[in-house]
Design a protein around this ligand. Structure first.
Ligand code: ADP
Ligand code: ZN
Ligand code: ZN
Length: 811
């Protein structure tokens, strides 16, 4: 005999038993793929949550049975379920890791439904059956609030049908406790009932009641608050009308759309060059194949205008759009513009939203109210059904890569979704990643180019300031003389300046003048940074901090000295030199509260400040026409990191920040301070010559076998015991070598390591890495997944966590 079967992925599964498990579906339970269920799992009678990946029919004699259906309708549709499998195989995680990334956190609380006894049960209690009374008594004994699963367990029920029955009879009610907790907001509304007209005939009404009825028959419906406000009655009047069935209450959900203070509704007429790019893209958008394009245009060339027009077109066609940005707080201008043009059709996704706000935006998308999702990484999961276009602005940015489980690359997911929907995927950048530009040149992507700044603006002039020469002339400060002169000139002319320093805190490190030891974090192999704001020395990795003191913990002499410069010190020093200047600092220390980025940027845009000092958050995306000077205080900081992408990152950062200058009527200038002016990357960035940079870099990548000529996969090992962690890394490597020599001889692979990670110790955990230069195809992923599964089931290394990270951000 065949039964209906659900194939279920289980929550909290470890990698080595993460499979689609078969369960029998009880007669009549309307289980659909994409719904969550509860079912027995493992030994004993403990239950777990799971998600139904698919349905089937087979002989189910020895299968366990689904206990409960938790969702009335699927939380994941067909595309999302496929994406779930895609993420599992590409990111080496479990199904549920993927599910959790895809759903907004608030949705996961759905399970904690609570039952309460109705307040107006009153004397009816004594008329209830024994069983009903037992249930009511249990719930009342627990503060009148019991979580559904606990209640079922206590009652010994397999399902909730009896409780549903009691709910239908008005004895119990379910409250979506968690949703209430995260602040889902509803407004109590009132309207006349369908029977109002009949009931009102011949009924004697008070003047107050009449005025409410008048109002409702004029406006149709209103919130109770409005009714009271306009008629001057208290809520008892509508209450009475509702009790007499003349009116009814209902709830209206309000979506808390994150607000923006800026409103911007400029009209856009594309320039000739922009129009050409738009026309090409528009053709591709109409193609019935999935297409990938790169919009490559210098800073200020109006890439935003081009994709704005594309979005407008998609929106007119009734298609859905995802616009990804690297950092939402830095794009208030763009959000404001989209809100002004598209209103409620825009949903915004980013990590600073509250759980409730996120859930709201998610619901607006899944119900088809919102058609354009703007946001950071998580926007890629917007549950659209009719996707026509995905845009990734500043596609080279590292924020598109997730650094925690599941370690997905948003670009890959965007490609997946565009293939599914046959949609257009558009990457946009002034400094594309080397991989993307390579693919565009090879013809794998389409390429569209903008070569000129919009309007009369031109690229700024760039000066390289050699800081060695400054020392020779006796200037040991943070600022070169030429930068100081230019800041002063800008102050005199009422122009604004941006200063970039890629280091937060007051100093970069603390050392002892006597024993020369740098002061490091006790939990991490990282030096401490002094913060003047709280007078403490802090670790930027684990958050450890100690009050500042001058005594060296190693030699106990009072010789600790602050070295190097961070944003706090730059701010202090510039204020000393120019006491009249109004200075704004922006880094992660100043922007811990939710809306402060936006407030600060708005204040800067309104001319309330002269100088903006900050980390790389001031380098990107900002469009302030009054900024005519950009100063880079130390361009060397990122250049000499031991990472194949450090040149690309430095070139991109410098070009981006230089591009903030001179975007309005006035010609801009940029000054790059460096101790290594001979470094070609700095000269190329000064010339803002991406093509020259690319031509040099692609040669290096090819010779060294780095992306796009190979994929990089890092296998990470983390454990509390250094020796054991190292042992695990070596054992893994040995087993993998065996596998490669026997079953996977066809895989092209270069193995580097194992070795210590760049930061060896973080939060008292030791880290080792194995670098694999590979071809990221299904064969390679099969081999690596096999290794990881094998390792995760190996008791010997139970205390060592092993993970794989494809295209890691740093090695
Ligand atoms: P990019 O993203 O390429 O750096 P932006 O899209 O920010 O450039 O454009 C730079 C500036 O030029 C912005 O202030 C933008 O509003 C303006 N701009 C660009 N194209 C147009 C256009 N066609 N019409 C009006 N303003 C435009
Ligand atoms: Zn010392
Ligand atoms: Zn630390």
């Amino acid at each position: 005999m065949t039964d209906k079967i659900a194939y279920v992925a289980v929550e909290n599964a470890l990698l080595h038993f993460d499979n689609a498990f078969s369960y029998r579906i009880p007669e009549g339970m309307p289980v659909q793929a994409g719904c969550r269920v509860a079912m027995p799992f493992g030994r004993g009678d403990s239950k777990r949550q799971g998600i139904v990946l698919g349905l089937g029919e087979e002989d189910a004699d020895d299968l366990k049975t689904v206990s409960e259906l938790l969702d009335d309708e699927p939380v994941l549709n067909d595309e999302m379920l496929k994406m779930c499998s895609f993420i599992k195989s590409h990111c080496f995680c479990t199904y549920y890791d993927a599910v959790k990334a895809m759903l907004p956190a608030g949705i996961n609380y759905r399970l904690s439904l609570e039952y309460s006894v109705s307040a107006d049960l009153g004397d009816r209690f004594y008329d209830l059956s024994d069983e009903y009374r037992r249930i009511v008594t249990i719930i009342r004994s627990k503060n009148n609030k019991v979580e559904k699963h606990h209640l079922l367990q206590e009652l010994g029920y397999a399902d909730s049908s009896l409780l549903d029955q009691m709910e239908a009879e008005g004895i119990l009610f379910k409250n979506d406790a968690a949703l209430r907790r995260i602040g889902d907001k509803t407004i109590k509304m009132i309207r006349l009932s369908d029977d109002a007209e009949t009931l009102l005939q011949g009924m004697k009404l008070s003047a107050k009641q009449e005025s409410v009825i008048d109002l409702l028959s004029t406006v149709g419906s209103a919130s109770v608050k409005e009714v009271c406000y306009y008629t001057g009655v208290t809520t008892s009047v509508p209450d009475t009308l509702v009790r007499k069935n003349i009116a009814v209450y209902y709830d209206d959900e309000v979506f808390r759309v994150p607000r923006s203070s800026v409103s911007d509704k400029r009209e856009i007429t594309l320039t000739e060059e922009q129009q050409k790019a738009y026309d090409e893209l528009s053709t591709l958008y109409h193609s019935d194949k999935p297409e990938v394009s790169l919009l490559y245009g210098i800073t200020g060339s109006g890439k935003t205008s081009v994709f704005f027009k594309l979005i407008e077109q998609a929106s007119n066609d009734g298609k859905d759009v995802i616009l990804m940005v690297p950092e939402i707080a830095l794009t208030p201008q763009m959000i404001a513009m989209f809100r002004a043009h598209f209103g409620d059709k825009v949903a915004v996704f980013h990590s600073a939203l509250s759980l409730g706000e996120r859930l709201d935006e998610y619901k607006r998308v899944s119900r088809g109210i919102a058609k354009i999702a703007v946001g950071t990484r998580s926007a890629i999961f917007a549950p659209f059904q009719n996707l026509g276009l995905i845009i990734m602005d500043e596609e080279q940015e590292h924020t598109y890569k997730s650094e925690s489980k599941p370690r997905f690359n948003t670009k890959e997911l965007a490609k997946f979704r565009c293939s599914y929907h046959k949609a257009l995927l558009l990457f946009s950048s002034a400094t594309p990643s080397v991989e993307t530009y390579y693919y565009a040149n090879e013809g794998r992507y389409h390429k569209h180019v903008l070569t000129r700044r919009y309007g009369t603006a031109t690229l700024p002039d760039v000066v390289i300031a050699d800081m060695n020469e400054e020392i020779e002339v006796g200037n040991t400060g943070v600022f070169s003389n030429i930068l100081l002169q230019n800041i002063e000139e800008n102050l005199d002319n009422g122009k604004q300046s941006i200063l970039l320093l890629n280091r937060r805190g007051y100093n970069s490190y603390v050392t002892c003048n006597s024993c020369r030891e740098p002061l490091t974090c006790p939990n991490c192999s990282i030096s401490l940074t002094y913060h003047s704001a709280n007078n403490r020395m802090m670790c930027h990795y684990c958050g450890y901090s100690v009050p500042y003191r001058t005594e060296c913990p190693t030699c106990h002499s009072h010789s600790l000295r602050l070295r190097g410069t961070g944003t706090q010190r730059a701010e202090v020093e510039i204020a000393q030199i120019f006491p009249q200047a109004r200075i704004l600092r922006m880094d992660t220390d100043t922007t811990m509260t939710r809306s402060s980025h936006e407030k600060k940027l708005t204040a800067f845009a309104n001319g309330e400040y002269d100088i903006l000092v900050g980390t790389q958050m001031v380098a990107k995306g900002l469009d302030f026409p009054n900024v005519t000077l950009v100063g880079v205080l130390n361009a060397d900081h990122m250049l000499y990191l031991d990472d194949y992408r450090s040149y690309e990152n430095t070139f991109s950062l410098l070009t981006q920040v230089v591009g903030r200058s001179g975007r309005g009527k006035d010609k801009g200038r940029a000054i790059i301070q460096t101790y290594t002016p001979e470094n070609p990357i700095i000269a190329l960035a000064a010339r803002q010559d991406y093509d020259a940079f690319y031509n040099a870099e692609i040669g290096i990548r090819k010779a060294m076998l780095y992306p796009p000529f190979a994929s990089i996969c890092m296998v990470g090992f983390v454990g509390e015991n250094a020796k054991q962690t190292e042992g695990a890394a070596f054992a893994f490597t040995k087993q993998m070598t065996q596998l490669l020599q026997t079953e996977f001889t066809d895989i092209p692979l270069r193995v580097l390591g194992p070795s210590q990670a760049a930061v060896f110790k973080v939060s008292n955990k030791y880290r080792f890495k194995l670098i694999l230069k590979c071809r990221n195809d299904s064969r390679f992923r099969e081999m690596l997944a096999r290794m990881l599964v094998q390792f995760s089931s190996n008791r010997e290394f139970g205390n060592v966590t092993v993970y794989a990270d494809m295209d890691p951000l740093s090695l």
